[in-house]
Design a protein around this ligand. Sequence first.
Ligand code: KG4
Ligand code: ZN
Length: 365
Amino acid sequence: MRAMSKPLTILGIETSCDETAAAVLRYEDGCATLLSDVIRTQLAEHAPYLGVVPEIAARAHAELADLTVAAAMNASGLSYADLDGVAATAGPGLIGGVLVGLMTGKAIAQAAGKPFIPVNHLEGHALSPRLSQDCPFPYLLLLVSGGHCQFLDVRGLGDYRRLGSTIDDAVGEAFDKVAKLLSLGFPGGPAVEAMARSGNPQAHDFPRPLLSRPGLDMSFAGLKTAVARAAANAGTDVEKADICASFQAAICDVLAEKTGRALESFDAGTGDKRLVVAGGVASNKAIRAALETAAQAQDARLIAPPLRHCTDNAAMIALAGAEHLAAGLGDADGLVSGARPRWPLDEASAKADPVFGAGRRGAKA
Ligand code: KG4
Ligand code: ZN
């Protein structure tokens, strides 16, 4: 049963990587309705470099942010006066882009006299299935994106506990690197998935790192090195397809095995067990199928956002803002929030155990 609440209309802004996005969302009684959802991708700008170039991204966001927000407001048929709040990604992400979205959001909120809600991009992904489906707390979240790969116990809004994570590369990063090694273009994930469709998943016996080790931590750097060795001898499309299929199979095996383990010990309270997969890699059909099988084996239901809301978007940022505001967590303090290149969802675990992705700028995940 959803709680009754005053309807809230929120503008969300997302600029943390290579998508400039804005969305207007109405949130009422725990249900979200999108009034507009604009995503302007910068793929063409980054494609020649086979990866996201932070300087190019920051400049593109600066050029596109106002136009994208205007497009979202126009499509919603509303004016700034009709909003109850403005939410923007405040991190983690590429700092230049995050600053553009954050400043744009703060300026609109201040000019319109509305509350500003700084949103953690990862929380946006974590809540993204709630945009279009009934997905009550608690649930087990597998967050798989270009920068992150972790299991989180989502107990409630703002209550996230890290259960395990990659100790080196993120899954999306591994897909992007494999695509680069095989000259498949950018973005790597969809290119590798497409190529894998015609390949033989048993052609290469790539390593499944940490598969047999207890716990939920994962590692993908060794797999990438093994792919690099095989890629050095791959010239034809058939050979490349076999590498992609074998690589994807190794990723599926690791994610499915660890997910099964995570579900086994997951405390679902009195309700059903739910497994949510979110982030850009969640759009991979082979990975979804492997997770579906793992979920069924544990009597759990797999919930995945539609493809449009797996990759970066502003609808999930607007939703996170709305949920915070509805819970009384968004207030005037938002205007003094800073941009954070690193911002773990479970800050306590990240501080206590910073081995996972710790860097010069602090704990990553
Ligand atoms: O969530 P996202 O849009 O941005 C981040 O927050 O990182 O995820 C982007 C990542 C990229 O690494 C991209 O290659 C990967 O998601 N990705 C995929 C697929 N579509 C996107 N990886 C595997 N298969 C896909 N179909
Ligand atoms: Zn993302």
